[in-house]
Design a protein around this ligand. Structure first.
Ligand code: CA
Ligand code: CA
Length: 149
């Protein structure tokens, strides 16, 4: 299934709204990327996407990427080095587990929304939102490069 139609327009709106809501609590910048296939390790691919999308362009290096390969059913969450330097080791595992509960029931939009919400709540301890917060990284979902489709 093509990544752009994996979620309905309504589901995409709900996911973007969840990101916007999470970013009200934290200066962390959350994004979602969908690939169709991921032949290799999803975490490695997530790091590649993170760099392609220039997600390191945040002042506090606190970008977060939720990565999903829709056909291959692979998932990863990664955070930039500002986050890794501060959060407990199991930080992302807890979020990942909450997401996977929904994914296993084929509730992909719900899973991402739950994960985004949880990430926002957890991140605000380490990266509370600032009064002059800006949207450093767009909240829009990104899709795999055209060349790969
Ligand atoms: Ca922000
Ligand atoms: Ca954002």
């Amino acid at each position: 299934m093509a990544t752009r139609t994996f979620f309905s327009t309504k589901q995409q709106e709900i996911i973007v709204a969840a990101i916007r809501e999470a970013e009200r609590n934290t200066s962390g910048e959350i994004r979602v990327h969908l690939d169709e296939k991921c032949p290799n390790d999803p975490k490695s691919r997530a790091i590649e996407v993170f760099n392609e999308q220039k997600m390191y362009q945040t002042e506090l290096r606190n970008g977060v990427l939720f990565y999903v390969a829709t056909t291959d059913r692979k998932f990863a969450i990664i955070g930039d080095k500002g986050i890794d330097a501060l959060v407990p080791a199991n930080f992302w595992e807890e979020v990942r587990d909450a997401v996977l509960v929904h994914f296993r029931a084929n509730q992909f939009a719900e899973g991402l929304v739950a994960g985004i919400h949880m990430a926002g709540q957890k991140l605000k301890t380490y990266f509370p939102v600032q009064h002059d917060d800006t949207d450093e990284l767009t909240n829009d979902i990104s899709f795999q490069n055209k060349a790969e489709e």
